[in-house]
Design a protein around this ligand. Structure first.
Ligand SMILES: C/C(=C\Cc1cc(O)c2ccccc2c1O)CCC[C@H](C)CCC[C@H](C)CCCC(C)C
Ligand SMILES: C[S@@+](CC[C@H](N)C(=O)[O-])C[C@H]1O[C@@H](n2cnc3c(N)ncnc32)[C@H](O)[C@@H]1O
Length: 258
């Protein structure tokens, strides 16, 4: 029986029906948690549709850059519905162990149900844990690799999340962080903004999730550029950090070595 381990705690969102207004930025962790729980039922299908399946390629690249290998203990932070955790699971095999970690129980429930539906033997090596990326419940130097897909931009205290990743990684191991690229090229920024305004938000509106997807644009604007991400990693203590632009510059991936 595959492992399902949620740290049980009451929902921290007192009123999940109180949607944030598009004019008001999503500022507190509870609001973000509620946002990701609301989009959980459609998240996977919308990613496939909106990226024309490209996000699967970007996620494979992120997992490959983590250098996770057979038998490793690995962590997928902000795992959501589990795409990167499933890819990691195939790489580390049944001798390895994958932890998918997220603060949205609804996302973890989707991940866990996919784990049971996909029926691959190696997926038994995945455990889902509910918690906050800025307070990881793991000992120092526990993991051989960490991945994080579309997570860091959404975490309120990015410095703390980076410090926690550094703490739980074994020396010599890598973290691979995939996200939208906050480009310094105005052309890329305009294309990205145009896609969100004219494709992503109109499609999401059809599911009653306009505000949730409009948040995407402001979150990319408030994110760090590739150079700033490299600087953050080095300041956190990582010995090496390199940011790669992918998907024509729309996406980026930071690889940092402890
Ligand atoms: C992978 C996608 C979205 C992930 C995602 C991340 C978030 O932080 C969210 C926050 C709140 C709500 C939703 C999300 C969320 O879904 C989909 C990305 C779609 C893009 C707009 C990219 C479209 C790309 C092109 C179709 C492909 C072009 C590639 C080519 C090589 C130039
Ligand atoms: C856009 S989704 C990405 C999901 C998945 N990694 C993927 O690539 O499809 C962002 C995820 O980060 C999680 N998240 C955001 N802030 C978090 C935090 N502080 N602690 C734990 N999870 C967080 C959300 O619940 C959500 O599932």
């Amino acid at each position: 029986m595959a492992s399902l381990h949620f740290l049980l705690r009451p929902s921290s969102n007192p009123n999940p029906l109180a949607l944030p207004s598009r004019s008001r930025p999503v500022r507190c962790a509870n609001e973000r948690q509620a946002l990701f729980s609301r989009i959980a039922p459609v998240y996977d299908n919308l990613n496939d549709f909106l990226s024309l399946g490209q996000h699967r390629i970007w996620k494979r690249m992120a997992v490959s850059w983590s250098r996770a290998k057979r038998g490793d203990d690995v962590l997928d932070l902000c795992c959501g519905s589990g795409d990167l955790a499933f890819l990691l699971s195939e790489r580390v095999g049944s001798d390895g162990k994958v932890i998918g970690f997220d603060f949205s129980r609804e996302q973890l429930l989707v991940a866990s149900s996919r784990q049971h539906l996909l029926l691959k033997a190696c997926y038994k090596n995945i455990e889902w844990i509910e918690g906050d990326a800025t307070k990881l419940p793991f000992s120092d130097c526990s993991f051989d690799a960490i991945t994080m897909g579309y997570g860091l931009r959404n975490v309120l205290d990015r410095c703390k999340a980076m410090q926690e990743m550094f703490r739980v990684l074994k020396p010599g191991s890598r973290v691979s962080i995939l996200d939208f690229n906050k480009s310094s090229k105005p052309f890329i920024t305009s294309i990205q903004g145009w896609m969100i305004d004219n494709v992503v938000v109109p499609v999401a509106t059809g599911y009653g999730l306009a505000d949730e997807y409009a948040y995407l644009k402001s979150s990319v604007q408030e994110f760090l550029t590739g150079k700033e991400l490299e600087k953050l990693a080095l300041e956190t203590g990582f010995s090496d950090a390199k940011h790669y632009e992918i998907g024509g510059g729309i996406m980026g991936n930071l690889v940092a070595k402890r």
